[in-house]
Design a protein around this ligand. Structure first.
Ligand code: NI
Length: 155
């Protein structure tokens, strides 16, 4: 297990479209473990593979402490409603913005054993699923921010 370097905004790798994982190998599993270490160290809610320099469709989310969600080749298959909440990103330090996201999403993905599963999320989990899957398509939260917070609002 290792702490990986988090790529920061301005690095073109964050703007690339990631390739699907064709076969889950030991390397995939090691990446997932290292991403979890990195997420915990950074005290973030989610992390996508391109943020650690890997252009594969892999993301992790931990909204509830100790409940790590691993998503391999995630696809959002259903959305419902909308929410406008404040969002940030480990790759975009110091910036926060209000995004326009679905209130509820259903994502289909593979787990680390290669088994397909579906997960439904609301609120923060829904935002995190959208945010992380966006990363896999080279999109950052501020691309679709309704407005960015000012320095005064950040405090
Ligand atoms: Ni992010």
């Amino acid at each position: 297990m290792a702490i990986l370097n988090i790529v920061k905004d301005g690095d073109e790798i964050l703007r690339k479209k990631c390739k699907p994982v064709a076969v889950i190998t030991d390397r995939t599993l090691r990446l997932l473990d290292d991403m979890a270490d990195t997420l915990h160290k950074a005290e973030g809610v989610g992390l996508a593979a391109p943020q650690v320099g890997v252009l594969r469709r892999i993301a992790i989310i931990e909204v509830e402490e100790g409940e790590l969600i691993e998503l391999i080749n995630p696809v959002i298959i259903k959305t419902e409603g909308r929410q406008n909440e404040v969002e940030g990103c480990l790759s975009v330090p110091g910036k926060w913005g209000v995004t326009d996201r679905p209130a509820k999403v259903t994502v289909r993905a593979l787990d680390r054993n290669g088994n397909e599963f579906e997960l439904e999320g609301e609120g923060l989990l829904a935002r995190a699923i959208c945010h992380e899957t966006d990363h896999l398509d080279g999109k950052l939260f501020y691309d679709k921010a309704v407005r960015m917070l000012s320095q005064d609002e950040i405090g």
